[in-house]
Write a protein of this length. Structure first.
Length: 456
């Protein structure tokens, strides 16, 4: 694809793919360390919460910094800080000083440092990809991210066969260095500086005001977070219960089902990257209806073959829920507020993931595995349909009668319309025609951006 032949996008694609490989390895390492240090399942849960709670708490603040300062430099700084922190953890482990309390603190600090990274990265995509290629760009990046994150945990066993856990942690630290090097090699002109840099409170307030004008974006983000809370716990707690109670209780089956879902997500992202999608908001919310329709009968599956087929479809559908969402946000939200909109989505994801296992466990304990999956699927269908209806009302409100008798898009801000700025690639192409290359990009026009959110 043409995007993979552009320097900036290729550097981002490669560097973040390596970084996500390290993220997948890190999740497996930290979970295993929590178990090996305590031999209790509760300890694994505590570390998981420690690794997600800071993301929920501080992402919006970090995203505000990403909007007010140079995003690429912020990403490099967070990469270097996290690499050093993981390297220190490797040293403490080698010296026998990495106790459980230290591990929990380490996971929390690492998450807090990395909170602004994903919103800054997704906002940066809008500056290096042409406006008409945002779906393709995000689809390709998700192929890289999902593949790498899927492979990362699989590397733990072979690595431990030839090296120690401190060495594995050191390798994880090096993936942050690779990301920082590729970001350093990118040449991204800075956004036009604001006349005055607002304070944190003013910046968050201004970002919220922009989001309130883009009701379709808010609907899509809210739908994603609610649906994730209803769905993701059934891929962890629920799937384990399904395998244990109905499919024979073999650990290999659980790994196979998770693997199939992961491969289907990668395939879905690859397919979406080749499509020219319209009505991104509707696609993003109706994808949850498709996912729910195939999640509904999963609890009734009595064979691994049927479960594999259902999970393959739901995995494919999951790619339709976030790639259009990210592209929608990048198209509709002004560059100066883009990271905050994406940060709101990321914070919602962290919160949903934190409570989803509790929701799934409560439902399964109360109604059983089969009914639990049916309720989860039904909830996704209802959430998606209600969101689609809400979008219809929102878009109806956003149109006004025109003097010619038709309807035109309303301008809720009351400000004059500004045509979209050309992409960087188009500007560079104009050099031969006598036009100077300028420091502008699609994100420079408020009319071209949308609100939303990662994706390790």
């Amino acid at each position: 694809m043409a995007l993979l032949r552009t320097r900036n996008f290729t550097l981002l694609f490669t560097g973040q793919g390596v970084s996500r490989l390290g993220d997948g390895l890190y999740v497996a390492v930290v979970s295993w360390l929590a178990w090996s240090l305590t031999h209790t399942v509760g300890a694994v849960a505590v570390v998981t919460i420690a690794a997600n709670a800071p993301t929920f708490a501080v992402t919006l603040v970090g995203a505000s910094f990403a909007d007010r300062y140079d995003r690429r430099r912020l990403m490099i700084g967070t990469d270097l800080a996290r690499g050093v922190l993981v390297g220190v953890a490797a040293l403490l482990l080698a010296l026998g000083l990495l106790h459980f309390a230290v591990l929990v603190a380490f996971a929390a600090v690492l998450a807090a440092i990395g909170a602004p990274f994903a919103p800054a990265r997704d906002a940066l995509v809008a500056r290096i990809a042409p406006a008409g290629s945002l779906v393709t760009a995000n689809g390709l990046l998700q192929v890289s991210f999902r593949s790498a994150f899927f492979v990362g945990p699989l590397l733990l066993a072979p690595l431990l066969a030839i090296a120690s856990m401190p060495v594995v942690l050191t390798l994880d630290a090096l993936t942050f260095a690779v990301s920082a090097v590729t970001l350093t090699a990118m040449h991204v002109p800075p956004a036009s500086p604001a006349r005055t840099r607002p304070g944190l409170r003013d910046d968050l307030g201004a970002g919220l005001a922009v989001l309130r004008r883009e009701l379709d974006v808010l609907v899509v983000i809210a739908t994603f977070v609610l649906a994730l809370a209803a769905a993701s716990g059934f891929l962890t707690v629920g799937l384990i219960a399904l395998v244990g109670q109905k499919l024979g209780g073999h650990a290999g089956q659980y790994g196979l089902l998770l693997g199939i879902a992961g491969v289907a997500e990668v395939f879905g992202a690859l397919v979406i990257a080749r499509l020219h999608l319209r009505n991104l908001a509707r696609i993003a919310v109706l994808a949850w209806v498709l996912l729910g329709a195939f999640r509904f009968p999963l609890g009734l599956a009595t064979s691994s073959v049927l479960a594999v087929g259902l999970l393959a479809v739901t995995g494919f559908a999951s790619a339709l829920t976030d790639i259009p969402l990210i592209a929608l946000v990048q198209q509709k939200i002004p560059d100066r507020h883009l990271a905050k909109a994406l940060g709101l989505w990321e914070a919602g994801i962290a919160g949903a993931i934190a409570i989803a296992p509790v929701i799934a466990t409560t439902i399964i304990d109360t109604f059983g595995v089969s009914t639990g999956f049916m309720l989860s699927g039904a909830a996704l269908i209802v959430i998606g349909l209600v969101a689609a209806l809400a979008l219809n009302r929102t878009m109806g409100r956003a149109t006004v009668p025109s003097a010619a008798g038709g309807h035109v898009r309303a301008n809720p801000s009351g400000l004059p319309r500004v045509p979209p700025a050309p992409s960087l690639d188009a500007l560079h192409a104009q050099r031969g025609a006598g036009f100077p290359a300028r420091d502008c990009h699609p994100a420079a026009a408020p009319a071209v951006r949308t609100a939303a959110g990662l994706p390790g």
